[in-house]
Design a protein around this ligand. Sequence first.
Ligand SMILES: Nc1ncnc2c1ncn2[C@@H]1O[C@H](COP(=O)(O)OP(=O)(O)O)[C@@H](O)[C@H]1O
Ligand SMILES: [Mg+2]
Length: 345
Amino acid sequence: MHINFLKQLESIVEESDPKPSKIQKREFTVVDPWSDSTMSNLLTKISGGLKKLTGYHKSNKIYSGKVPLTSSHNALKNKDVELGGRKYHIKGSPGTGAFAKLYKASVDGNTEEIVALKVQKPAFPWEFYMYRQLDTRISDIQRPSYGYAHEVHVFADVSVLVCNFLPYGTLLDAINSHLVVGQHMDEVLCIYYTIEMLHMLETLHSVGIIHGDFKPDNMLVCYPSEEITDDTFRSETRSGQNQGLCLIDWGRGIDVNLFPAGTEFLADCGTSGFSCIEMQEERSWTYQVDTFGLCVVAHMMLHGEEMSIAKVPGTGGSYMYQPKLSFKRLCCRELLIFAYKSDAQ
Ligand SMILES: Nc1ncnc2c1ncn2[C@@H]1O[C@H](COP(=O)(O)OP(=O)(O)O)[C@@H](O)[C@H]1O
Ligand SMILES: [Mg+2]
């Protein structure tokens, strides 16, 4: 199967490779997509549309619930948080990110209805906007790969994003669970997840969306609720969000359509090990930020560690970037080497 995939990828790369006669002087705007000024300009630009989005709730007051949302995890455990007329009972915390605190909560006393509450200070409505863009731009069949947001409650001081809760942990947890017992993830599973991630990015990028923070702690693992048989596996449509990976955390998401055509971005994601080559060399980038993240994730699954890269001479005075660790034990060697080469161009 991967031979066909390689052929397909090769033709895409050839088509996108500008022949000398087609090379023109490119003029484009360069923007830091995550700077405070860009974020506030974008939020002003979309503010009219944001108010109309289903599930968007804004208050100009500070949050005044009985327990402050920014209390410690322990202080919030087993407490009720009321938002928009619904009562969320905090059951625990599935994790903390660099920007937010996450809580697992049941809704209105129904222990079957579990959600994830993402609490962020200062308030941050951008992620909700990105989720709604995914709802409108991604087809139903692909949509389960990207997580769902039901609503957001924006206060003057804090915001709470209400998302689907997935109970099986992140891809980083899965990688680490192998490492603690001195093993690596099974190669076939690495290939399965890598193909899924390639598909995810192909879909996202084709609708002008960049994730911007593509790493294994932003990928939740999904399992089917029923046992997998050959038949159910083959007929798998992902419509029930029941297998594979789910990309979450859209706080650094970029809606390319909000920028003038041809805009490129200049900024560093600041996540050690995930800065793409362009970021490391202070050059502008667009979709490479995600593709590089994918290469690092694949590397972490295979080798259990982040990817160090070397710049090596290629043919005719060209050069390419390749991971320092070799792929010698792998049957998917060609597939990965090709993906790395394509990203380096
Ligand atoms: N919907 C969810 N279901 C289960 N766990 C989640 C969910 N969303 C986030 N988490 C957990 O919380 C962590 C932090 O969430 P994330 O959205 O990545 O926050 P940040 O923007 O601060 O990085 C994730 O790495 C994951 O472990
Ligand atoms: Mg995160």
